[in-house]
Design a protein around this ligand. Structure first.
Ligand code: KG4
Ligand code: ZN
Length: 342
């Protein structure tokens, strides 16, 4: 089955074609970073308008890349939430309409299910069950995954998501949007242990996170210290070490509590080199395994939506002809793929 995937939940237009037998045949990505840069963050209305401009041309480009025609597509998967409502509606309307015109089934994909299944696009995919650490701009969650649609939320952030903490701290440090990857790059120049940031909520039981205090801690440290480049890099390093350490501690706890040894890490922050290195070292130490998507599929992309949609379409799931989006959509509400109209 060949599935066209459409991702437009935020500031990236991602299009891909996934074949359940041959794997990924094409993927195209357009990032709106330049569009939002002057505003220091994503402007929802501008995002929607840009998805309108880019989605159809990228679908054409993906078909061309895979050397396919529309009649070669057997199903359409689009992100239906969570995300920015206007941005979601663009991908959902286009995806649902194309499926109607092409007379193939359509399926509505949960953005975070897309992220958490993304490591399955790689050569050595994880088996179920596993623990997923989802770390994106909007979510920080630990989820027990027993199969597609079998998700048990073990813990999540009570305030800022990890990516959001990276972005806000980067802004406080005067780094341009998108701050997360820039802060991570600056941290690479920093020296370890110059500043000691807290590891929030690690001193009490539980698997929830809190990252908003780290940003305040960073702001106070920046205000108190001389603003030369090395000091800024040292502060960035201390911030990143605190986030990474905290995530590792909670992953360790989640594996211990569930008795599982397989960890999947996905979402934009899983592109972070230090997080990848620390979790690899930790998995090795406990005789476990850790799985990441390739860096370009950590952040938003169409491939993960095509893949997740293909699994549900294969099981016979599809949506009816109404276009529905879910700007807020708890992952635990998902069910295993079911045949018939959802
Ligand atoms: O998954 P994603 O592309 O979009 C959402 O679903 O939110 O994640 C974007 C988030 C942003 O907060 C961005 O700053 C963060 O991921 N991010 C990073 C890195 N690359 C992206 N954070 C830390 N280090 C990175 N290398
Ligand atoms: Zn995302």
């Amino acid at each position: 089955m060949r599935v066209l995937g459409i991702e437009t939940s935020c500031d990236e237009t991602g299009i891909a074609i996934y074949d359940t037998e041959q794997g990924l045949l094409a993927h195209q990505l357009y990032s709106q970073v330049k569009l939002h840069a002057d505003y220091g963050g994503v402007v929802p209305e501008l995002a929607s308008r840009d998805h309108v401009r880019k989605t159809l041309p990228l679908i054409q480009a993906a078909l061309k890349q895979a050397n396919l025609a529309p009649q070669d597509i057997d199903g359409v998967a689009y992100t239906a939430g969570p995300g920015l409502v206007g941005a979601l509606l663009v991908g959902a309307c286009i995806g649902r309409s194309l499926a109607l015109g092409w007379q193939v089934p359509a399926v509505a994909v949960h953005h975070m299910e897309g992220h958490l299944l993304a490591p399955m696009l790689e050569d050595n995919p994880p088996d179920f069950p596993f623990i997923a650490l989802l770390v994106s701009g909007g979510h920080t969650q630990l989820v027990r995954v027993d199969g597609i649609g079998h998700y048990q939320l073990l813990g999540e952030s009570v305030d800022d998501a990890a990516g959001e903490a990276f972005d806000k701290t980067a802004k406080l440090m005067g780094l341009d949007y998108p701050g997360g990857p820039r802060l991570a790059a600056l941290a690479e120049q920093g020296r370890p242990d110059c500043y000691k940031f807290p590891r929030p909520m690690t001193d009490r039981p539980g698997l929830d996170f809190s990252f908003s205090g780290l940003k305040t801690f960073a702001a106070n440290t920046i205000a108190a210290e001389a603003d030369d480049e090395q000091t800024r890099a040292d502060i960035a390093r201390a911030f990143q070490d605190a986030v990474v350490d905290t995530l590792v501690i909670k992953c360790r706890r989640a594996l211990k509590e569930t008795g599982l040894k397989r960890l999947v890490v996905a979402g934009g922050v899983s592109a972070n080199k230090e997080l990848r290195a620390q979790l690899h070292a930790f998995a090795e130490k406990i005789g476990g395994e850790v799985f990441f998507p390739r860096p370009e599929f950590c952040t938003d992309n169409g491939a993960m939506i095509a893949f997740a949609g293909a699994q549900r379409l294969l099981a016979g799931e599809q949506v009816d002809e109404r276009v529905k989006t879910f700007p807020r959509w708890p992952l635990e509400q998902l069910r295993a793929p079911a045949s018939g109209h959802a």
